[in-house]
Structures are given as C-alpha cells and as structure tokens.
Design a protein around this ligand. Sequence first.
Ligand code: NZQ
Ligand code: ZN
Length: 412
Amino acid sequence: MNNFFFHNPTKILFGKGMVDNLSSELKTYGTKILLVYGSGSIKRMGLYDKVIKNLSQKDIEIFELSGVKSNPVVSLVRKGIKISKENKVDVIFAVGGGSVMDTAKAIAAGALVEFDVWDFFTRKEEVKNALPIITIPTLPASGSQMNGGAVIVNEKTQKKLGTGGSVLYPKVSILDPELTFSIPTNYTAYCSADMLSHIIEPYFHGETENTTISDSLAETVMKIIIQTTPKLLRKLDNYDARGDLMWAATIAHNGMLSFGTSPVYYYLHVLEHSLSGLFDNPHGAGLSVLISGWSKYTAKHAPVKLAQLGRNVFNLNGYNKKTALSTAMKLEEWFKLINCPVTLQEIGITENNFKAIVQNVLSNVTRILKSKDNGSLKDFGERYYSEIQNKDIESLLKFEKERVLNILELCK
Ligand code: NZQ
Ligand code: ZN
C-alpha cells in the first residue's frame, strides 16, 4: 500500500427534499450568484422553479447562464466569466449534469484571473483560486459534484482537456435521487458506463501490492452498478436504485476507492476525451465502446487483475488468461444488456478517423508529459509507464500511440 493523503472538503446533503436547504447553505458564501444550467431539463422537471422560489426567500440576487451543452464548450465558459466579473458574482451555482458542473468550475476559476481561462486547460497556468462552487447534480455520472476536476472542449481546436485543483471542489453538493428520475434510458446507461470506468481505471493501477481495501471496495461498488443498472432500466423511477447509483457515481470519482494505490493515469479517459472532443458523442457511450475493446487488450496485458475482477464481480472461477478473457466477454455482454454501444461504428466512428484520434490523443499526452504539475518527466514515466524502460518523451509517446491503436482496433 502506498502512502496517501486524503482531503475531500465537499459537504454532501443527500436525499429527498434536501433542495429545501439550498438558500441557507448558499447564503454562507454570498448573495450574488450565477446560476448555470443546460438546455432545459431542469425546467421540464420543475427544478428551476423550485430553486428560484427557494433562493427568493433569502434575498439572493440571481444571474443566469443557460445553454450548457453536453461536451461543454469554452466559449460559453468565457461568457459566464464575463457575467461574473461585470456583476461581481460571489458564488457559482451549477444545476445539471457533469457538463454544467464543469462549466461552473471553469467559470469559478476564470472569474478571478485576467488571462484566458483556456490557459488552465493547456496547463500554461495552474488553478490557484476560485469562487465558491455549489452544485445540484441532476445527472451524477461524472463525480464532478465531489471532486476538483473539470473537463472542457475548445470547439475551435476540437481539444477536450481537463484541469483541476483543490479550490475546484464544490463547497456543497445537494444530491436528491428523485432529481434523476427523468434521465432517459440511454443516458441512464451511459452514466453507469462512466462510473464503472472511473472505478476500473484506478483498479488497474499497475504494480502496487496490498491494496486489499481499495480493491474490495472497488469490486463491491462495481458489482452494485452492474446489478442495479438493468433493474433501474426496467423502472426509471426506482428511488433506491437511483440512490445507490447516485452515491456510487459520487464515490467512484472522489478518491475513496483508490486509497493507497499507485497514482492513476486515466488513459481510457484521455482517449475518450479525444473521441467526444472530435465527434461529440456522449462521454459514457464512448467509454462503453472503449472498455469493451480495452478489456480484450487487458486480457493479454494484465490477465491476473482482470481475472480477479471476473471472480469478484462476475462470480467467475479461475486465475488465468482464460478467466480474464471470459471477464472481457462478461463486460461486453453487460454493456449490450443495458443497450450501450460496444463498437466505434455504433457511435459513427470508422477506421478512417483513427489518424485524427491518435494525433489528438498524442497532443494531449504531450501536454500532460510536459506539464509542471507532474514533476519531472522521469518521475512521470516511472509512475505511469512501468511497462517500458526508456522514460524519454519519444518512447512514452510511441508506447501510447501503439496502445491507442491496439485498443481502437479492438473496438472496430
Ligand atoms: O442540457 P440539459 O437539458 O440539462 O440535458 C442534459 C444533457 O442533454 C441531460 N440531463 C441532465 N440531467 C437530466 C437530464 N435529462 C433529464 N433529466 C435529468 N435529470 O443529460 C444530457 C447529458 O448531460 P451531461 O451533463 O453532458 O452528462 P454527464 O454528466 O455525463 O457529463 C459529461 C461531461 O462530464 C465530463 C465528460 O467529459 C463530459 O464532458 N467529465 C467530467 C469529469 C469530472 N469533472 O470529474 C470526469 C468525467 O470522467 C468526465 O470526463
Ligand atoms: Zn468519465
């Protein structure tokens, strides 16, 4: 088990009716707020009216930024920063899915600096300060409600990049499973693919031993996601199933399931961000395709761990490559069962697109390799590329290119 520190400052209010506490929670941080939301789901479900009514009790001045799209764009973030600066907003308040929460976080950081917010995403600048962020997630998949990350698309360059920092953890997140009843069948399944990926990627953390607690917590939560999702798809307003998945999504990506493991380089996520940056597919749909291909790749490259997942999540027997392959098949069968895509073709991506995808991924990886916040290149190489000997940029990029192409081939 590796050394670790854990500090997650987000206050969670979980359960039915918790939105009633909104104004008193929010008032702690200021009286001028920017309400950020998407294209209308919060109005259709009556949440917008409820929120406005609740805030009006406490003399809170509300500015609005609507129209956040899935795979959120930096131009709208810039608009939100302008509104926040002009009106001296105190708090950024997100009501919606991961795209809305990430837009709110980028605004919160960008509102306090004079340079362009995109510099945080290219890692030219570090996020050191941000306005307080409050969230009401209506689609909990990303885990953004309880972590310090944000992912934004630059629509001009088609780069989808992430940034992060301790100041980007929401101060308060209000999680009411009833607010997720209206998520349609396809997005309900994509949510499960995304949260599963947030657990699987750190689970395959490399060489660290004695991560018994993290592994068994991860396996338990994966099992719950795998068993609960098909049940929920039969009855979308099943409160307990929505509640389990809302909390699963939250702990899947807030650090709690990977204590003591090696630091995690989420290479499937980096690859998926290139897919959704270039082709605008839903993030979870990109991930269900990639996990299906990646698990066949992993049956070759990390069969022991994949077989462990098979035994403890799918009740398979055995420790060898055969069990690992059966696990890969089980994962693919499960995605098919919940109607998630398992091939690139199903999300409109063909072999002709591979070159553009590889280029997009490699430019993102180069940015990560050169980033100051990862320490020296050698440290980064030691941490994330135990498989290869030379830790120079060319070797790491060559390895990454081959890995991406191998996985894409298996997703055709
Ligand atoms: O725009 P509206 O009308 O609100 O509709 C949204 C949107 O069309 C709809 N929706 C949300 N809540 C709903 C609802 N529809 C009915 N009922 C509800 N209760 O769902 C659609 C998708 O919303 P979106 O926010 O895009 O989905 P998701 O939460 O999956 O967010 C995806 C974004 O999060 C990023 C992804 O890359 C992607 O851009 N991620 C952020 C992470 C983070 N901050 O830590 C990590 C993740 O791995 C991920 O990369
Ligand atoms: Zn994700």
